[in-house]
Design a protein around this ligand. Structure first.
Ligand SMILES: [Zn+2]
Length: 353
């Protein structure tokens, strides 16, 4: 039984959609080439010393969607926004939202498309699709500029943490490298009276990324200056649900999607600090500092794994503010996933077949 990637309804006719749009594959190289998804996770679970790398043709990396929610149109809009990003043109708030939505879509499509590819080692049963997840949780997009080169790479989409939480992945498109991060309250000052101490918080109306050092902590050759506050462009968005009818939202009662809308607060990094981004503002995602992809791809990969671990810790602390009262099995599972993530990191750094 196949389910629509967007709404989760059962698909009767085979409506396959590519996880990566064709324009993106064409832009970055030969359309018939293979995609590398990372190390075979099943092999990590079975403690194989030299696990194989999962590859498949880009064009065969597909998911299905129902006729009601064909989202191909979205790929056309994003293509024009993407061109603006590449050409250092400024984006307005609408384009920023399209870009962030697309990264949400891609992150969830990757997750839904690839946990099956690696024979679903964690037995994940997805309870949501792109439609219910896109633009509904806080998100951060970090963009680094690479030295001119061609290629498409996905980092961190086949890791234990990604399989279990789809909170962060890295994408390289020619001379741009993106890190897409999303989970509840990661860009929030005060949610229901609780001030969070996570990756990103608001302080005195200014966004402060606490873990501002995104470079790999354990890498032998850290990338000089690859720090979130010094290099790279960043867009951060706090998203919270409100009732359409204006009444207060009661989190203790079930609420239907049609009764809520999502309000967004956007921040961008300018001159090392984060400031609000509103209707008449513009922002370019091209930074002056350029990183060499060939020399630094392993560091960037470790960097994505580190961010995943940080965000996963953040999620863990948010879910279990009081460890004594938490479900012991859940806590053990979180620890297990983190240990596997570490194993994957070691295996990847040693080099795989
Ligand atoms: Zn659908």
């Amino acid at each position: 039984m196949k389910k629509c990637i967007n709404c989760g309804s059962v698909v009767t006719r085979n409506n396959e959609v590519k996880v990566f749009p064709e324009w993106l594959i064409k832009k970055t190289g030969d359309i018939t080439r293979d995609l590398t998804l990372g190390v075979d996770l099943k092999a990590i679970l079975e403690q194989e010393l030299k696990p194989r790398v999962l590859t498949l043709p880009y064009l065969s990396f597909t998911t299905v969607e129902c006729e009601k929610c064909t989202t191909t149109y979205f790929d056309d809009i994003i293509e024009s926004v993407f061109k603006k990003v590449e050409n250092s043109l400024e984006l307005d708030i609408e384009e920023v939202n399209i870009l962030l939505d697309w990264f949400d879509k891609l992150r969830i499509s990757l997750w839904l498309g690839e946990y099956k590819m690696s024979s679903n080692p964690f037995n994940i049963k997805p309870s949501f699709g792109v439609k219910t997840r896109m633009g509904t949780k806080d998100r951060i997009l970090v963009v680094y500029n690479l030295k001119e080169d061609k290629g498409l790479n996905i980092l961190g989409a086949n890791t234990p943490i990604f399989h279990n939480s789809q909170i962060c992945f890295g994408l390289r498109v020619n001379d741009l490298f993106f890190i897409s991060i999303s989970t509840d309250n990661i860009v929030a000052k005060n949610v229901n009276g609780i001030v969070n101490n996570g990756l990103g918080i608001m302080k005195d109306d200014e966004l402060i990324i606490l873990k501002n050092d995104l470079k790999s902590k354990e890498s032998d050759t850290p990338i000089e200056g690859l720090s979130l506050l010094e290099t790279g462009k960043v867009i951060a968005q706090h998203i919270h649900p409100v009732r359409v009818d204006g009444k207060p939202l009661d989190f203790t009662k079930p609420v239907e999607m049609k009764d809520i809308k999502f309000e967004k607060e956007t921040f961008v990094k300018r001159d090392g600090s984060f400031i609000g981004f509103s209707e008449n503002d513009k922002y370019t995602l091209i930074d002056q500092t350029k990183i060499d992809w060939v020399e630094n791809s392993m560091n960037l990969s470790n960097c994505v794994l580190d961010v995943q671990k940080d965000v996963y810790d953040f999620l863990y602390n948010q879910m279990f503010p009081n460890k004594d009262q938490a479900d012991e099995r859940m806590l053990k599972y979180f620890e297990y996933i983190k240990t596997l993530q570490e194993t994957l990191r070691e295996v990847t750094n040693k080099g795989v077949q």
